[in-house]
Design a protein around this ligand. Structure first.
Ligand code: NAD
Ligand code: UDP
Length: 378
């Protein structure tokens, strides 16, 4: 009898150990309080990664400097999991080093950056300092602590004015970029490529995002721009909710079907799941060097397409006025997403209707974003 129990116990333990997977590594997410970071963290937590966030709160709302950003509190509510938060600037070498020494970090997803195109033309040095020098400090801290796996948030702006469409990853980069923000992304890509040539232990994925829009379908987290939005979707939804009077459409004389600019809008949840796939690739022992992938849908929609779809899903009229072109804007930009499909096994699945529906739900449930009173968020 005793022998029988011991044998069955032994069999159970063998099965248990055979099935137990090693725990997933802890991921350091810089800029995790922001729009793309917070949505990506939901996907990572749901896939059993542990998360440590660094953010200096420069573009995400927290009740005070010692508290977690509101976005991350909601991420915890959504996933029922904990996020470790550190109010740290990526340019603060000592604090970065402490983070790497405190937590056993397996890889870094680096979102932290300033991202306003127009502000970057007024404050170029600040942009290069934050985005380029900041990344340099981060990779030095990684190097010192032997963490050599990195996913970098890049942008379609690195392609400049398209020489052909759809944009493939082989399209030249760094030419005709019209603003310091775009150049900060390009320069950083070049630094990361040089790093991977110099030290073959580094594994780096550059994700070139097209136009992220939408929100988590729960309506709990979404895009919460500070002040007047620069981007189309948040501006549009603030007009729909009555927070802004009308949308200015920047130009109707582009060589596009309806004369307004055409972009590759991608749902934020698709973008977030692209990071999960990229992380899987990065952890693959076969993966080497530094590789760029487009994260886009491969389809272009015009500004007017988005306005009409938003009107349909919200049932609200969007007042708009056609104005002059915005300086530096391009006529048409859309991705060839085939490389990500082939190598990351990732493809965007959500359409423009869902992008508008989820934005509208977030906007209705949070008319002032993460702030509770209107004055603060304007
Ligand atoms: P976001 O502003 O919502 O998030 C960025 C976060 O980084 C913010 O919470 C901010 O407080 C933090 N941050 C900024 N500088 C920091 C610093 N020096 N130290 C620590 N934290 C800092 O922006 P997002 O839309 O989530 O963009 C994330 C990344 O994706 C950025 O690198 C951006 O350039 C890139 N990207 C964004 C878009 C887009 O349209 N949203 C498109 C292409 C690329
Ligand atoms: N756009 C617009 N009005 C706005 C904001 C943007 O007409 O208030 C247009 C812009 O000219 C471009 C498209 O919307 O054709 C997407 O602009 P956005 O700033 O959202 O992203 P970009 O592609 O410039 O990074």
């Amino acid at each position: 009898m005793i022998l029988k129990s011991i044998i069955s116990c032994f069999i159970c333990l063998t099965i248990l150990f055979a099935e137990a997977k090693p725990p997933k590594p802890t991921i350091l997410v810089t800029g995790g309080g922001g729009y793309i970071g917070s949505h990506t963290i939901v996907e990572l937590l749901n896939d059993s990664y542990s998360i440590v966030v660094l953010d200096n709160l420069s573009n995400c709302y927290a009740f005070n400097a010692t508290e977690k950003p509101e976005s991350l509190k909601r991420v915890e509510k959504l996933t029922n999991k904990n996020v470790v938060f550190n109010n740290i600037d990526i340019r603060d070498e000592k604090s970065l080093d402490k983070v790497f020494k405190t937590y056993k970090i397996g890889a870094v997803i680096h979102f932290a950056a300033l991202k306003s195109v127009s502000e970057s033309t007024r404050k170029p040095v600040e942009y290069y300092d934050n985005n380029v020098a900041g990344t340099n400090t981060l990779i030095q801290a990684m190097q010192n602590n032997k963490v050599k796996k990195l996913i970098y948030s890049s942008s379609a702006t690195v392609y400049g004015n398209p020489q052909y469409l759809p944009l493939t990853e082989n399209h030249p980069t760094g030419q005709n970029i019209t603003n310091p923000y775009g150049r900060s992304k390009y320069f950083t890509e070049e630094i990361l490529k040089d790093l991977s040539y110099a030290d073959s232990q580094w594994k780096i994925i550059l994700l070139r995002y097209f136009n992220p829009v939408g929100a988590h379908p729960s309506g709990l987290i979404g895009e919460d721009p500070t002040g007047i939005p620069n981007n189309l979707m948040p501006y549009l939804s603030q007009v729909a909710i009555g927070r802004r009077d009308h949308l200015k459409i920047f130009g109707s004389d582009y060589p596009t079907p309806d004369g307004t600019g055409v972009r590759d809008f991608i749902h934020i949840i698709d973008l977030a799941s692209g990071h999960l796939r990229a992380l899987k690739k990065l952890m693959d022992p076969e993966f080497r060097g530094c590789k760029a992938y487009n994260l886009g849908t491969g389809k272009g929609y015009s500004v007017l397409d988005l306005v009409k779809t938003f009107e349909k899903v919200s049932g609200r009229r969007i007042n708009y006025q056609i104005t002059d072109r915005r300086r530096g804007d391009l006529a048409t930009v859309y991705a060839d997403p085939n490389l990500a499909e082939k190598e990351l096994k990732w493809r965007a699945e959500r359409y423009i209707e869902q992008m508008c529906e989820d934005t509208w739900r977030w906007q209705m449930q949070n008319p002032n974003g993460y702030h509770t009173d209107e004055e603060e968020s304007n």
